[in-house]
Structure formats: structure tokens, C-alpha cells
Ligand binder design. Sequence first.
Ligand code: ZN
Length: 61
Amino acid sequence: MTTFVIDSTKHTVVIRCKSCTWWSAMRFSRAEAWQVANDHERLHHPEHRHAQKMVSQQRQS
Ligand SMILES: [Zn+2]
């Protein structure tokens, strides 16, 4: 299940949560964006593993 949507431009990466319209974060790399998403997910959607999975993928590459 996809919980987060990434919207990246040349310089910035905005990450949004599909379930929380009030939440979004801006970072300068995808790795950082997934990191904040992971924090949000742990707090608000502990049943989801989307950001967690993406963070571990970023670490591998
Ligand atoms: Zn959320």
C-alpha cells in the first residue's frame, strides 16, 4: 500500500502523506524526504511500512 507521494523538482523534494492532508515536508534529497516520512509513519501510521521500506532501499543504493 502506498502511503506517501513524492513530488520532486530540480532542487527540492516534497513528500506528502495520502492519509494526512495537513502533513507535508520539504527536503533537498529523496533520501532525506523518506527519512522524515519514516518519522511521520512511525508516529501516525505504525501499521504501515511504506516509508520504512523506502528508507532501507535508499541505504542500499
Ligand atoms: Zn500520515
